[in-house]
Design a protein around this ligand. Sequence first.
Ligand SMILES: Nc1nc2c(ncn2[C@@H]2O[C@H](COP(=O)(O)OP(=O)(O)OP(=O)(O)O)[C@@H](O)[C@H]2O)c(=O)[nH]1
Ligand SMILES: [Mg+2]
Length: 499
Amino acid sequence: MVTFVDRVTLHLRAGKGGNGCVSVRREKFKPLAGPDGGNGGSGGDIVLVADPQVTTLLSYHHSPHRSAGNGGFGMGDNRSGAAGEPIDLPVPVGTVVKDPDGSVLVDLVEPGMRFVVAPGGQGGLGNAALASPKRKAPGFALLGTPGWEGDVVLELKTVADVALVGFPSAGKSSLIAAISAARPKIAEYPFTTLHPNLGVVQAGDIRFTVADVPGLIEGASEGKGLGLQFLRHVERCTALVHVLDCATLDPGRDPLSDLDVILAELAAYPVPEGQVPLLERPQLIALNKLDVPEAKDLADLVRPELEARGYRVFDISTVSHAGLRELTFALGGIIDEHRAASADAAPPERIVIRPRGSERDFTVRVEGGTYGNIYRILGDKPVRWVQQTDFQNDEAVGFLADRLERLGVEDELYRAGAVAGATVVIGEGDGVVFDWQPSLSSAAELMTAPRGTDPRFDASTRRTTSQRRERYHERMDAKADARAELEAERLAASGEDDS
Ligand SMILES: Nc1nc2c(ncn2[C@@H]2O[C@H](COP(=O)(O)OP(=O)(O)OP(=O)(O)O)[C@@H](O)[C@H]2O)c(=O)[nH]1
Ligand SMILES: [Mg+2]
């Protein structure tokens, strides 16, 4: 089974940002000389680079899992964590990058184009960077956020001016070999060509590229033969050349019915939005193998019909090179005209780039749940802030609450109808769930609390040592009581037996 590497799914994981550090500088006579925890390093990006040296997606077919390095943790003494190692993935020019659901992220059509396909996470701020006049020595730091993780699909589409289409063994590869320096494999068995070959043709002072696409058969647009995957390579061509075999010995085949089959396949192929349907592009016909006498007769027979349909027809032989000059000059004319026309037209629209943590605000979505309404907060900032929060550290959670409050989340929750104790979720899915307690006092009043704590968190949920000891004794007493009861029952039972 031949494997095609025109399309691969990549599984990507960008680097995670390093956590910020909590540290306090110590000096000989000043043991608490201010916070000095450094920031975490940012996670490495994964970047796709259009590289003319690369011609296939083969290496990604073999190893589709790629990840970039994580950022290092911040350290004391204001040392920042190292940035994670980014990785560049070279891909052929003409690679289209899509989401798994098929929407185009970017089209890498120019050599050197770079696309950050998976941005690394942000490093967390250390407590030095979080210090402010109000919060002089923060007892917490921010966590690094995760890097982008997910799948993207790479598709390779040949970028050529002219595509040669036709049945297997019609002589497409022979034609490209005769008119350009390309040297594809040529043989008389069908499907000799498995990958498109590109050649550069010089016709007078016009240079253009020609792609030799693997042979098409009936049902190709539904995936038969080598099928649809190769029509993709035709998608970008300005003009098409139908190479018709006039010397086929197959019964039931002749140039006209071959052409109809190919036309039906091209018509069934859906081109991406904004592109000219394949059959509305300029098409020429090359009647091939006319060095064979019977082929010449057949060509004479079908030429009037083809011309009546409006095609420009060229008699060629890739063996004797007859008619090739006329064909290439006609193609050169079409390409030249097209280039002049598209130079006037506006430059092609640049494609959507993966929205990179755009600083949009947030929304509150009210969802009905089994236990009353759920208020879901969605938005890049709140979600990122949650990722940055160390929920083991009350001061960090308090800082999160302050940030949300400053963003206006509380007001929005009031407006959406939330009351104290309502369930609030940040982010999609399970997210992070809170019981909402509207803050009554401003954060500034709370800064006298010990480091790493926030008095807004109900103190009673944290037991003191004496409470814990009390609870332990209670439990031990209860156990002793239970044991005594069992003992009494046992004694009573054995007493009954005796009697
Ligand atoms: N006599 C003669 N034979 C030709 C001519 N052009 C091609 N052939 C022969 O036809 C056979 C098929 O040629 P290819 O160029 O491999 O055909 P293809 O269209 O690329 O075929 P696929 O790659 O399978 O789609 C080979 O044996 C060629 O030698 C021609 O002008 N005259
Ligand atoms: Mg071929």
